[in-house]
Design a protein around this ligand. Structure first.
Ligand code: GDP
Ligand code: MG
Length: 195
């Protein structure tokens, strides 16, 4: 079996939460104060993980998808999704629930009985450098992450705090899912041999 070494990560969330700033900080090590909110772009970066080289394709979505079917397509084509909100905006935090529900609809088909999501979702609380402006608490983020059976990273695109850690966690989650799938395939193959 040919294993792909490409990992596609999509950042989603309301406008202004810092999706572009996070992406550019991770890929280019700079903080951009102003970034055209309508620009949607993808970035490539090579990473070493579990002694292999991986090509990351990061899609910085603009959140201006006119049709939800556009978003469906992003969700279908991603290996992992980072859901971003700003700690300074409760609206941006609440905006993530409908996006999460859409991911569930797209990634868990009705006929799937074990109800398992085959894609890692990571919650990202950005702008944690703006201490005086927090309106979403750490506990609120953690509670939502618990509900979604995931992890909440408090990050700052400005200071780069936790940005690399969050991407590494995301990449490792994808690799683990791929390894599990491969193990299952091997087991299934064995079963076939016995028959
Ligand atoms: P996007 O619409 O989600 O892509 O958001 P942007 O990346 O364009 O960021 C929106 C605004 O928030 C910009 O002015 C950024 O400079 C600012 N911003 C993004 N991340 C941070 C952060 O971690 N800390 C602070 N203080 N500002 C940030
Ligand atoms: Mg942007």
């Amino acid at each position: 079996m040919v294993r792909s070494n490409i990992i596609k990560i999509t950042l989603m969330g309301s406008g202004g939460v810092g999706k572009s700033a996070i992406t550019v900080q991770f890929v280019q090590n700079i903080f951009i104060e102003r970034y055209d909110p309508t620009i949607e772009d993808s970035y490539r970066k090579m990473v070493e993980c579990q002694s292999k080289t991986w090509i990351l394709e990061i899609l910085d979505s603009a959140g201006t998808e006119q049709f939800t079917s556009m978003r469906d397509l992003y969700i279908k084509n991603s290996d992992a999704i980072i859901l971003v909100y700003s700690k300074t905006s409760l609206i941006s935090f609440n905006d993530l629930t409908p996006i999460y529900d859409q991911i569930v609809r797209v990634r868990i088909p009705d006929w799937c009985i074990d109800n398992e999501m085959d894609i890692p979702i990571v919650l990202c609380a950005n702008k944690c450098d703006l201490l005086d402006d927090f309106v979403v608490t750490k506990e609120q983020g953690e509670q939502l992450a618990n509900e979604w059976n995931t992890y909440c990273f408090e990050v700052s695109a400005k200071t780069k705090c936790n940005i690399t850690e969050m991407f590494i966690h995301t990449i490792e989650s994808v690799i683990n899912i791929r390894n599990n799938k491969e193990d299952q395939t091997v087991q299934n193959t064995c079963k076939c041999n016995i028959l």
